[in-house]
Design a protein around this ligand. Structure first.
Ligand code: 5RP
Length: 217
């Protein structure tokens, strides 16, 4: 089965987690694009959504789903998003699409984080996918040197600025044995906005699409 077909299957299952008339958080990426398409087929299911990127907001508006600023929402029962890598204990690498900061904020503000992936993203150890770090542009060289001290090889994501106007350094060659520690260490570097490790706030539920079924963990 193609990766897109699996992403679509996982996105369909995620609809079951959405309660009628709720406001939900929605991530960014191709898997989430399938989820938004599914939401469009369930007209009126939700009252609105908090978006994590300009791209997601546009798709939500195309489906006539009201988009609300996070600051106007007190209760976010659920956040649905994809990931670039996930472990069995639900630690994630996110940010392949560059929306990691808003994604982390909305995940933190939500009661339940449902992460939808295809099985190619399930790994025993995080770090095969280069870890994205959002950085204030003037801090690029300094942050790069500090990341190298931690054993990673930072690479500037070319021709890319985040929705916040910042750059992304993708860190290669990390074997992430302790995701929470590394998440903290990276966030301590002055100039780092945030990093794509979701360990301190992991997913609560993983929906993993495989060739023949969809597994919920
Ligand atoms: C965007 C993300 C995405 O969730 C992640 O990159 C997965 O994307 P896709 O669903 O396209 O495979 O973190 O910042």
């Amino acid at each position: 089965m193609s990766q897109d077909r699996k992403k679509k299957n996982a996105a369909k299952i995620a609809i079951d987690y959405v309660k009628n008339n709720s406001i939900i958080g929605i991530g960014t990426g191709t898997t989430i694009n399938f989820f938004i398409e599914e939401l469009g087929k369930h007209k009126g299911l939700i009252d609105g959504a908090v978006s994590t990127s300009v791209a997601t907001e546009k798709l939500l508006r195309e489906q006539n789903i009201p988009v609300l600023p996070l600051n106007s929402v007190i209760d976010l029962p659920i956040y649905i998003d994809g990931a670039d890598e996930a472990t069995h204990n639900k630690h994630l690498i996110k940010g392949g699409g560059g929306a990691l900061t808003q994604e982390k904020i909305v995940a933190a503000a939500s009661k339940q984080f449902v992460c939808i992936i295809d099985d190619s993203k399930l790994v025993p150890l995080l770090g095969g996918f280069p870890l994205p770090v959002e950085v204030i542009p003037m801090a690029q060289s300094y942050v790069g040197r500090e990341i190298a001290k931690l054993g990673g090889q930072p690479e500037l994501r070319q021709d890319f600025l985040t929705d916040n106007g910042n750059i992304i350094l993708d860190i290669h060659n990390l074997k992430i044995e302790n995701p929470s520690d590394l998440e903290n260490q990276l966030n301590q570097i002055t100039g780092v906005v945030t990093n794509g490790l979701f360990a301190k706030r992991p997913a609560d539920t993983l929906i993993i699409a495989t060739d023949d079924s969809t597994i919920k963990k």
